[in-house]
Design a protein around this ligand. Structure first.
Ligand SMILES: Cc1cc2nc3c(=O)[nH]c(=O)nc-3n(C[C@H](O)[C@H](O)[C@H](O)COP(=O)(O)OP(=O)(O)OC[C@H]3O[C@@H](n4cnc5c(N)ncnc54)[C@H](O)[C@@H]3O)c2cc1C
Length: 571
């Protein structure tokens, strides 16, 4: 039995992008449209809440910053794969978003003169990461959630797991979803939809991401015929705390923390003589892996993980306690080290996915009536490597844009009556195929094996042989008969949602690795040992992965270049 629920606009995801979209759709339609936000966790547990260090925006042109400089830093950081028209729109929109959040009540940290404070982040030529201590995501989420709940026409479906996109005659109709509390299967029908389902970092087990950051949204789009773009570009942040992978924000280096090898040497001077520890993340992570591979790292006896030191002591106790209090708490609780006194053990960690659902500059997907925003989407301002503090910013800008676009589209259109037979097929797939499935293989073993092969062969440095091996392994895992659940209850059946997530992880991992194997160059976060140079002649293009019967079918599309011709990057 499929329950039917109707709204005008359906937004999947209640992170920064989803909440910002909901507010804009509600605001710009003057209360006329009825908006639903569907989220598989409690809204305030969305992964965005963990953002730590900052949100980039040009606030002080009179002190030397400029939109041009933010745009150039972003394009250079992206290793010239970003679409420059999108970057220009992004940097122009950002200052307004910071002030909008300020007006909605966000307690930004302040400079001594009372104006909003900003700090250094990697790859920037000006300290433009706007911050609220080291809890930026928490305060942004709290501000947006509070604001969203003031609108009577925004309805939350919390702990509802979306399983597919419903479309008919080339148009969006809605989503199928399971209410986790009751196990009810429903179709949510709407005139327009927005995918704000976040990143897919849990393809790796050593990750800064929430456990809920699996690629369900990306996989749903891929299965609905929408291509995924540039998925081979995965960001490995330099400082994941050993052994959990919890992020030690780049703001630590922005405030004066330094990376050291086992000889106490500030090794980044070799790899980025000007920017040192504040080079872009791809450059710093490669420097770290080279140090480790050449024997200048430490080994964690308990886990076998190699690491380097991140020394916060140059920052000084007072600044650590006031500006980086959460980091200090994390280090003490999760590693037993007070960073006021001793360096922290860190290593590169999966942190962000530059690619995502292919969208145009307005966030529209190729399916009429469906938009995507935030980390789930690839617009693309991040190209081959995102600069820190640009992601929360992107969520705000394209949350707002897609909310307004979806509202414009929905106004005056009739609500769909049904989504055709697709929803019955989806119900069959989930309940006959998985809930009552008889798969013999443990799905959790499949997930572990997938994460292992991603960490081994699709990490900071890659090779053709390694990627080919990873692709073979992923296909073997996909072919295994794992579709079943042990838990037959209907209430909060996380065994069922876990299996759905594993299916999505396999599909999206296959796209990541196929794209990486095909791209025979090194650009941004995609570093091939066998093709160490960037190859603009052949590879200055976006990868588009379409779902085909044999796996991903790859096509390519042009990069939008407006002002900045590609040159060699130096930091
Ligand atoms: C530890 C950490 C620190 C960071 N710090 C910064 C920083 O300082 N500055 C910065 O710019 N960036 C930072 N980032 C990156 C940034 O936080 C994220 O890229 C951004 O918050 C993603 O927001 P989002 O709205 O796209 O998605 P998320 O916040 O990931 O939200 C995804 C939403 O989709 C929902 N969802 C997913 N799948 C389903 C499904 N199947 N059914 C229903 N709902 C679903 C989830 O419930 C959730 O509500 C950081 C990232 C990490 C991990």
């Amino acid at each position: 039995m499929v329950e039917t629920i109707r709204h005008d606009i359906l937004i999947v995801g209640s992170g920064l992008a989803g909440l910002r979209a909901a507010i804009e759709a509600a605001r710009s339609s003057n209360g006329k449209l009825d908006i639903a936000v569907i989220t598989k966790v409690q809204a305030m547990r969305s992964h965005s809440v963990s953002a730590e260090g900052g949100t980039a925006a040009v606030l002080y042109p009179e002190l030397g910053d400029s939109l041009e400089s933010h745009a150039f830093d972003t394009v250079k950081g992206s290793d010239y794969l970003a679409d420059q028209d999108a970057v220009e729109r992004f940097v122009s929109a950002m200052p307004g978003e910071i002030y909008q959040l300020d007006h909605w009540g966000l307690p930004w940290s302040r400079r001594e003169d009372g104006r909003i404070a900003q700090r250094w982040f990697g790859g920037y030529s000006y300290p433009r990461a706007t911050y609220a201590e080291d809890k930026v995501g928490f305060f942004e989420m709290q501000t947006l959630y509070d604001t969203a709940t003031k609108y009577d026409n925004i309805h939350f479906y919390q702990e509802w797991f979306v399983t597919s996109i419903l479309a008919e005659a080339g148009e969006f109709r809605g989503f199928s979803a399971i209410e986790m509390k009751t196990g009810t299967f429903a179709q949510l029908l709407g005139k327009a939809g927005i995918m704000a389902t976040g990143g897919s970092g849990r393809l790796y087990s050593f990750a800064t991401y929430a456990y809920s950051s699996t690629p369900d949204g990306m996989a749903a789009a891929y299965r609905a015929g929408i291509p995924l773009k540039d998925m081979e570009f995965i960001q490995f942040h330099p400082s994941g705390l050993i052994p959990s992978g919890i992020l030690i924000t780049e703001a630590v280096r922005g405030e004066g923390g330094v990376l050291l090898n086992k000889d106490g040497d500030r090794f980044m001077k070799k790899y980025a003589p000007n920017k040192l520890d504040l080079a872009s993340r791809d450059v710093v992570s490669r420097g770290m892996m080279t140090e480790i591979e050449e024997g200048r790292g430490f080994k964690d006896e308990a886990t076998g993980l190699d690491y380097l030191h991140l020394d916060l002591t140059p920052i000084g106790a007072e600044k650590i306690k006031t500006r980086l209090s959460q980091i200090r708490e994390i280090a003490i609780k999760f590693r037993g080290i007070d960073p006021v006194e001793k360096p922290l053990p860190v290593r590169p960690v999966c942190h962000y996915v530059m690619g995502g659902i292919d969208v145009n500059i307005d966030g529209a997907t190729r399916l009429k009536g469906l938009w995507a925003a935030g980390e789930a989407a690839c617009v693309s301002i991040n190209g081959a490597n995102r600069l820190g503090a640009n992601s929360t910013a992107e969520c705000l800008v394209w949350g707002k844009i897609t909310g307004a676009e979806a509202a414009k589209y929905a106004e005056g259109r009739p609500r769909p009556d049904s989504a055709g037979e697709k929803v019955q097929l989806e119900e069959k797939r989930i309940f006959d195929g998985i809930f009552h499935g008889s798969g013999a293989t443990n799905p959790y073993e499949i997930r572990d094996a997938l994460q292992k092969v991603m960490a081994k062969d699709a990490f900071v440095y890659r090779t053709g042989d390694g990627l080919a091996e990873a692709l073979r392994t992923i296909r073997e895992l996909k072919a295994k008969d794992f579709l079943h659940v042990e838990d037959k209850s209907r209430t909060y059946n996380t065994n069922l949602s876990d299996v759905l997530e594993v299916e999505s992880m396999l599909d999206v991992a296959e796209v990541v690795v196929a794209g990486a194997l095909a791209r025979t160059e090194s650009r941004g976060a995609h570093a091939r040992r066998d093709f160490p140079a960037r190859d603009d002649g052949n590879w200055m293009k976006h990868t588009l992965a379409f779902r085909g019967p044999e796996g991903p079918r790859l096509e390519y599309s042009a990069v939008a270049v407006t002002k900045y011709q590609p040159t060699e990057r130096h930091y």
